[in-house]
Unconditional design. Sequence first.
Length: 325
Amino acid sequence: MIHIGIVGCGVIGNRFAAAIDSHDRYELAAACDLDADRASSLAATHGTERTVTTTDHGALVEIDGLDAVYVGVPPLAHHDVVADALAANRHVICEKPIAATAKTGHEMVRLAEEHDRVTAVNLPFRYTPGFVRLRETVANGKIGDPRRVELRFRFPEWPRDWQDVAWLESRDQGGPLREVGTHFLFGVQELFGPIDTVSADVGFSGPNTYENDAVGTFRTDGIRGTIDLLCDHEGDEANNITVIGDDGSLSLIEWHRLVRDRGRGTQRTLVDERKDTVTTLLTEFANAIDGDDADLVSFAEATRVQEVLDAIHASDGDRIRLEKS
């Protein structure tokens, strides 16, 4: 049994706790949140009579018998919690984005390399059936040679009404590109490898608040890509990635549904399956702890995504070339 603690008992923390509760390899050993009532509520719902609650992550990582820590706090706090967990010899799953900046991400990569512990980042496209099929179909040449990859985001309201956390409005660690764009830029990386160049024009909702308008281009493996983001408008939410080849296109929409379009009215749904990707991540993480082969998103992979996000925010219309890592 893997005894795991959760630091950050918000929406995603509770989602992890539910998956831990139903997984036969894990037991929720501890829950930590600055709001003691949230930690107690999560532990009461998904823990056991042995589950410890605390408001101090430093106390959590030192609990006797603890094997692993899930870090579900806001991005600016990721580094300190991960560093303390690794120093206490715990395995670590970190929520995305890995950090608020790539510089901090690289520091976390170094920490992971210095400790003989399993580390991973929660980027669920690695396990999402629709995205996995998209990746395989593109790799097998089923849409011909890829010509373009398009990322499109629409948020009538930001943060969304279910995201009751003020930090998502902040420019230093929040915003839709970090919170949502991270997934899709990781998807581009899964499809075609690292993004080489970025050029973007980004508008913000206020002097210190989130981006609400962005248009940009990027290149990866010789393929051109586009980013199109708009917030605070009338309309429906949209989060889509489309790969256009010379023999049709594939679009992942609504986070899970994969649609193929050959043009001239031949659109067809290839995948319409949702999957509990947190459970899959936990299974892969347990395999890695056991010393078996495991499919996990590394700190280095997640930091490469953050480098792209940093470049988008810094571009101001100029072309930025990312260093090869």
